[in-house]
Write a protein that binds this ligand. Sequence first.
Ligand SMILES: [Zn+2]
Length: 266
Amino acid sequence: MDNIKVSDLLEFLDSIAPFRLQESYDNSGLLIGSEEAKISGVITALDMTEDVIDEAIEKQCNVVVAHHPIIFSGLKRITGKTYVERAVIKAIKNDINLIAIHTNLDNVLQSGVNERIAKRLGLTDLRILSPKEDKNTDIGSGIIGFLPEPVNKNELLRLIKTKLACTAIKYTHNNDDNYQKIAICGGSGSFLLDTAKKQKADCFITSDFKYHEFFDAENEIMICDIGHYETEQFTATLLQELIQEKFSTFAAHCTKAITNPVNYYF
Ligand SMILES: [Zn+2]
């Protein structure tokens, strides 16, 4: 199958994580470009920053598939004053097609953002943490599963730091020093804390907890906030692997750019 078009890629991505499953506030799908464009190559990334678009131009890839949509809440002018406007201008000027696969990829059990994190930690018996409906429990937010055997706090923290390649972990205490049932939500997951507690998770790995929200753990669950980029950094590789496995007529590269805007100073 030569001459793969952007529409073919969109159809494939929809078969993995249907775009209709995205949250109402989201903006997943083709953001810039044309469904009719023939694909010369793909760069996958977490964010569609200018660096990533530069890399696409350099590698002669005319498609960027990223998790976070760079156009999110609407654009009223495009004058290059913000990083969003500059990325948009660069993509259009260079005929780069931008595709976002965001909350729809968060909301699937298989081949989604959270399954990738869970597998890195070696969790089994994976289920959606908060299913959207009672009938279809394979769609919804977060994931929950079990470590092969219980570990203590230090073992768990070490496992998370190593397997999820994070620089720092913000965590709360759990009265019980036995951790086996682990809940996960890539990205901002504090809205799932109650669900994780109700499901008796020993630990909840996510990011973007606010100071006062950490108190809500009430020593019943260990919250591990490892950083937004850190939870979702494996999504770029996930997308690259899925796309490359399906299409052999063009190359799919995972970006070399580290798009995390946050640095740590110790
Ligand atoms: Zn995110």
